[in-house]
Design a protein around this ligand. Structure first.
Ligand code: DQA
Length: 142
């Protein structure tokens, strides 16, 4: 089982950005957590991050034929990007949407998720553990 974990804009700033919303754990902590879990459940994981929409589309396209599942936190592009939605639809790889914060209880503009309709599940408000839950969902979905 090969899982690609994609993080969008500003997620590299975890631990620095709005700690009251996103916590004090860093992006490096997140990567370590994901890698440790991958080892524990015996799956291969590749973790990538970009602040650029087109890069995220490229990452999804590059996963075609190589990856069995995608965990994606598109950050703010969740609420704006038809291109990322279309990329997930194009590759047809089972994908889980993750948000660290509880987006449902935040601003109105965060209530729209374009990517959601192409995902097998959405996990919000569980902090960094949401990524682990998303990996487990993909593994159990096989
Ligand atoms: C986020 C929520 C988004 O609304 C926000 O733009 C982010 C992070 C989350 O993980 O809670 O950058 O996706």
């Amino acid at each position: 089982m090969k899982i690609l974990v994609i993080n969008g804009p500003n997620l590299n700033m975890l631990g620095i950005r709005e700690p009251a919303v996103y916590g004090r754990q860093t992006y490096e902590d997140l990567c370590n957590l994901i890698e440790e879990h991958a080892k524990a459940v015996n799956c291969e994981v590749s973790i990538r991050q970009s602040n650029h929409e087109g890069d995220l589309v490229d990452m999804i396209q590059e996963a075609y034929g190589k990856m069995d599942g995608i965990v994606i936190n598109p950050g703010a592009y969740t609420h704006t990007s038809v291109a990322i939605l279309d990329a997930v639809k194009a590759v047809g790889i089972p994908t889980v949407e993750v948000h660290i914060s509880d987006v449902a209880s935040r601003e109105d503009f965060r209530q729209i998720s374009y990517i959601r309709q192409a995902c097998i599940a959405t996990i919000t408000g569980q902090g960094l553990n949401g990524y682990i839950r998303a990996m487990d969902l993909l593994i159990n979905n096989r």
